[in-house]
Design a protein around this ligand. Structure first.
Ligand code: PBG
Length: 340
């Protein structure tokens, strides 16, 4: 060994030393919990492909939100699941005042006013064809016609109590269109979290089961990004930032940590990462087999996402993490009193 002798292990010798030199910490305050809401009463139906994640009716949704708030989770991201017979070509249920998400927002705003309510603003859960926009006769998603619908979605969500609307459809100009619509309707304080870099990903598989949003034909490659492209991700982000996005996002997270890192360098806006359904379910599946330790793996995953540059993490582990992070505050023994 050379001189001066460098021994990296000196600062790894015990937990308190490691705590002192720890560079990244995930806090409960970084977490956003996705929640699924559907029609019904007293419903808490586990999603088969996402163990530990549920479709809630309004009443149990409110309970879940109370619990998350109690655990210190600052925000939830709402997804609506309308009845199968309520879907149509334009996704009307996404913007009517009596839509499932609008009712959920009003209920949550009333019951847990401090919780930050984020609403996913997209059409795919509400269209009968399952695409994120209106189709042309040639069955292509029409960008500018879709923008008009997204404006209605955003305004109706703001009206119902969303503090943040989160457009996820990857339409060009969606942030600018939504910003203008919100401002024109008196919602200049409603923020926009743009899914600015959303890749066309196989990791969304379990979510599409949960939200019943698999496209009836084709795929989303004409609007979601091609996974090999990172420079394009930076352009997408810069555009959304220029259009007025208050928060930008990279989604999915794990196969795209390099993109997170680059986007972090490129824009000053707060950056969210979406730790998506497939990233969750594969760990769950392995843990069930006894092949992985779920808690240790989940903590390592969210720490990696934060280290790559995310300010906030949307994760199906939010509730578990809130308890795990609390448990991990090492309890100290009572100091002994000095004897006289
Ligand atoms: C679409 C939407 C998707 C997700 C969130 N919003 C899926 C898609 O594009 O098909 C995926 C989330 C996840 O996989 O956890 N509105």
């Amino acid at each position: 060994m050379g001189f001066p002798s460098v021994r990296m292990r000196r600062l790894r010798r015990d937990e308190n030393l490691r705590r002192l030199v720890r560079e990244t910490r995930v806090l409960v305050g970084d977490l956003i919990a996705p929640l699924f809401v559907c029609e019904g009463e007293g419903l808490r139906a586990e999603i088969p492909s996402m163990p530990g994640v549920y479709r809630h009716s309004l009443d149990t949704l409110v309970e879940e939100a109370r619990l998350l708030h109690h655990l210190g989770v600052p925000a939830v991201l709402l997804f609506g699941i309308p009845g199968e017979d309520e879907k149509d070509a334009e996704g009307t249920q996404a913007w009517t005042g009596e839509g499932i998400v609008q009712r959920a927002l009003r209920a949550l705003h009333e019951a847990v006013p401090e919780l930050v309510l984020i609403a996913d603003a997209c059409l795919c859960e509400y269209t009968d064809h399952g695409h994120c926009g209106v189709l042309s006769r040639r069955k292509e998603v029409q960008n500018d016609k879709t923008l008009e619908l997204l404006e209605r979605v955003a305004v109706s969500q703001a009206q119902a109590g969303a503090a943040i609307v989160a457009p996820s459809g990857m339409m060009d100009g969606m942030v600018q269109a939504i910003r203008a619509a919100l401002d024109n309707n008196g919602f200049e304080h409603t923020a926009i979290m743009s899914y600015s870099t959303k890749f066309s990903s196989a990791f969304y598989g379990p979510f599409r089961d949960a939200a019943d949003s698999t496209p009836q034909f084709g795929n989303r490659r004409q609007y979601q990004m091609d996974p090999p492209n990172a420079r394009e991700a930076v352009r997408e982000t810069e555009l959304d930032a220029a259009e007025g996005a208050d928060i930008v996002m990279v989604k999915p997270a794990l196969a795209y940590l390099d993109v997170l890192y680059r986007v972090r360098q490129a824009v000053p806006q707060p950056l969210a990462a979406y730790n998506v359904s497939g990233e969750y379910s594969m760990v769950k599946a392995a843990a069930r087999q006894g092949w992985l330790d779920e808690k240790a793996t989940a903590l390592e995953i969210v720490t990696g996402i934060k280290r790559a540059g995310a300010d906030m993490i949307i994760t199906y582990w939010a509730k578990d993490l809130a308890s795990w992070l609390r448990e991990d505050q090492p309890a100290r023994e009572e100091p002994k009193k000095h004897e006289a």
